[in-house]
Design a protein around this ligand. Structure first.
Ligand code: ADP
Length: 342
């Protein structure tokens, strides 16, 4: 039984974004793939999802809950949209930090419709008492609601529509194993390779109606995008701007100069990456340091360092995680020295 009241709806408006609102705020309406065949690469995940979706449709049941984990910008939100499209149901989108109180999650769960997809991003930042409500909602599609206060308070069990929860996290290790066990589909993506990213880059230029005659540009933009589609699309839009207003376009020097003006170096590090490396090398003399100390030294959020900056630096072995914290590697130091001499 789905309950709706105008008070509930106001609340949901703040906590939840419908798909159209996600598109509006991110200005990504055109670039984000909406069909499974438009989603580049990740063949194993796509084929697994296609089968799971077809099976759910034949069984006339919602898709089993989905847990997506990988670093930001690699396509979690996009995949949740695709699932909703393929299942032909609504998608509701919210995030762990946006759900502050039990009443928030109750409002959301009582407003969804049968088979809807509820996408919750940054699930590792959800409060434990809210996680507990979701346990039951996921397992037997019911929630307990407290009526009244103090000694007169009673709890009423209420059925909610059968739905699919899509949870996204960059930190699988922070989810308890009973919680993980409740997901029928657990999927991990890794960074894309240059060839796959070049396909995304070419597709995005095409969608933006930006004609590129020198096909090397696709590969160069892909290479600079550190294996991440979101970064690739950001660069595509910047290069599109240069193409729109520029002269002497599409030479190697032209594209290199664009990236120099963006402060992206030859290992595709930007200012923020170099700031972290610089701090590890200078402030801590190459010794290991805890995340909170590093964050306060460079004036960045711990989450930004851990979720956005670190994965790439770890992947290219410029920093390492030790039992005593983060540490710059020899390769990281020599890159930093080289870029400081330029
Ligand atoms: P996340 O939710 O993991 O942070 P998003 O789903 O928002 O990442 O993806 C970031 C951008 O990258 C989106 O604009 C989307 O268009 C693009 N993108 C991600 N994965 C793919 C893919 N496999 N094929 C094409 N574009 C993609």
């Amino acid at each position: 039984m789905a309950i709706k009241s105008s008070k509930n709806e106001d609340k949901i408006e703040r906590v939840i974004a419908t798909w159209e609102k996600i598109e509006d705020t991110q200005n990504e309406v055109k670039l984000r793939p909406k069909l499974i065949e438009e989603y580049v690469w990740q063949e194993a995940i796509k084929s697994h999802l296609s089968i799971a979706i077809k099976s759910a449709q034949i069984r006339k049941e919602p898709l089993e809950h989905v847990l997506l984990y990988w670093p930001p910008g690699l396509g979690k939100t996009t995949l949740s949209l695709i699932i909703a499209h393929e299942m032909n149901v609504n998608l509701k989108h919210t995030s762990g930090p946006a759900i502050e109180k039990q009443a928030d999650i109750v409002s959301i769960l009582t407003s969804i419709q049968e088979w809807d997809i509820l996408f919750i991003d940054e699930i590792h930042r959800l409060k434990p008492q809210i996680e507990e409500i979701l346990y039951w909602a996921m397992e037997d599609f019911s929630i307990d609601i407290m009526i009244g206060t103090g000694t007169g308070a009673t709890s009423i069990k209420m059925d909610i529509p059968k739905f699919t929860l899509v949870w996204a996290t960059t930190k699988l290790s922070m989810l308890s194993s009973p919680l993980r066990d409740r997901f029928g589909n657990i999927m991990k993506l890794d960074f894309y390779n240059d060839a796959e990213l070049a396909i995304i880059v070419k597709r995005s230029f095409g969608i933006l109606n930006c004609t590129i005659s020198n096909w090397d540009i696709y590969d160069i933009v892909a290479k600079k995008s550190r294996w991440t589609p979101r970064i690739a699309n950001r660069f595509v839009k910047i290069v599109r701007d240069y193409v729109t207003v520029g002269s002497d376009i599409e030479s190697r020097l032209w594209i290199d100069n664009i990236f120099v003006s963006l402060w992206v170096d030859d290992r595709w590090l930007d200012i923020l990456d170099r700031k972290i490396l610089g701090s590890l090398a200078d402030n801590f003399w190459g010794r290991p340091v805890w995340l909170n100390t590093l964050a306060s030294m460079v004036w960045e959020e711990e989450d930004t360092i851990e979720d956005v900056i670190e994965p790439y630096l770890l992947k290219i072995w410029f920093i390492e995680r030790t039992a005593r914290g983060r540490q710059i590697t020899e390769a990281g130091k020599s890159h930093l020295d080289k870029s400081r001499k330029l």
